[in-house]
Design a protein around this ligand. Structure first.
Ligand code: FAD
Length: 258
């Protein structure tokens, strides 16, 4: 299988750098083909702006969505964006790997999403009608592919537990897993999270690698998070609220998981 690992850490000798190297080796040893987008090493341009297409008049008003759509349709996207889209088309599975920074992904990775997820590629796809609201949340250009997060966090596991001060990790990662990965169609696997990173030593690192290695070995058989598909009847269209009889006792993020 083909795996794209998108890595966002500025220091190759970091814990994240070690986990990346471990992951690539483990996947390759199992016979998979791996491409790494090492965003800092690539000096990835993190800001979405008018320079992202090659055919804009300098004095034209910049519309982030419509310019993205035009460039995607006309083949005038900046080359770095088109290359990453090709990698996404190529991959059977995509891993986003990053340290948790301010309860989210580092800005460089957010910028990768903003620029690579063009209008017509990751959103604005499919028919909008009384019965459908586009191909998204379980459908879309990346449907049939798997995705997983590898995240490191300074906080303890308990800090991210059901009643932890930081909020549950599933809630913190929901905008990434549901909003960024499930939205364009990925089947999203449960995340691999390493907590309390300041307490890392050789022995613990070895245990982390064992656990991560198992997750990578199981990449093709792990059950995805059962997010509810948008167009399969659970949501009223066009309100896009859950039908009253579906999980009536639940609200918030958890309501969108079967
Ligand atoms: P490193 O600092 O490189 O390493 C961590 C430890 O692992 C070190 O002790 C190192 O010696 C050891 N190590 C590295 N490689 C190996 C190896 N191969 N073998 C054995 N030991 C090794 N945390 C939160 O929980 N929530 C937040 O919202 C949050 N926000 C942050 C915002 C910013 C801007 C920053 C800078 C940090 C934030 N943190 C937060 C902490 C952050 O998540 C952790 O610092 C990060 O996940 C650690 O990953 P790293 O790759 O940078 O680790």
């Amino acid at each position: 299988m083909k795996v794209l690992l998108v890595h966002a850490h500025p220091e190759p000798q970091s814990l994240n750098g070690s986990l990346r190297d471990f992951s690539v080796k483990r996947l390759e040893k199992a016979g998979h083909v791996v491409q790494v987008s090492d965003l800092y090493a690539m000096q990835w341009k993190a800001t979405l702006d008018a320079a992202d297409s090659t055919d804009r008049r300098a004095d034209a008003h910049f519309d982030p969505s419509l310019d993205s759509k035009r460039a995607f349709e006309n083949g005038t996207q900046s080359q770095d964006i088109a290359r990453e889209q090709d990698k996404l088309r190529w991959a059977d599975a995509v891993i986003l790997q990053f340290p948790l920074w301010w309860f989210s992904m580092p800005a460089i990775l957010k910028g990768w999403v903003e620029r690579v997820y063009a209008y017509g590629f990751a959103y604005g796809v499919g028919e909008h009608s009384d019965a459908r609201w586009g191909d998204r949340y379980g459908e879309g250009m990346l449907a049939g592919k798997r995705a997983m997060l590898i995240v490191t966090a300074g906080g303890w596991e308990s800090h991210y537990g059901p009643r932890g001060i930081n909020g549950p990790i599933d809630d913190i990662l929901f905008p990434i897993q549901h909003g960024i990965l499930y939205y364009p169609g990925f089947d999203v696997l449960p995340p691999f999270v390493v907590y309390r990173t300041s307490r890392m030593d050789e022995a613990r690192f070895s245990g982390v690698c064992d656990a991560l290695g198992q997750r990578l070995d199981d990449l093709w058989k792990t059950a995805p998070i059962p997010f509810r598909p948008q167009n399969a009847g659970a949501y009223r269209i066009p309100e896009l609220t859950l039908r009253a009889d579906i999980a009536p006792e639940r609200s918030g993020f958890a309501a969108h998981i079967v």
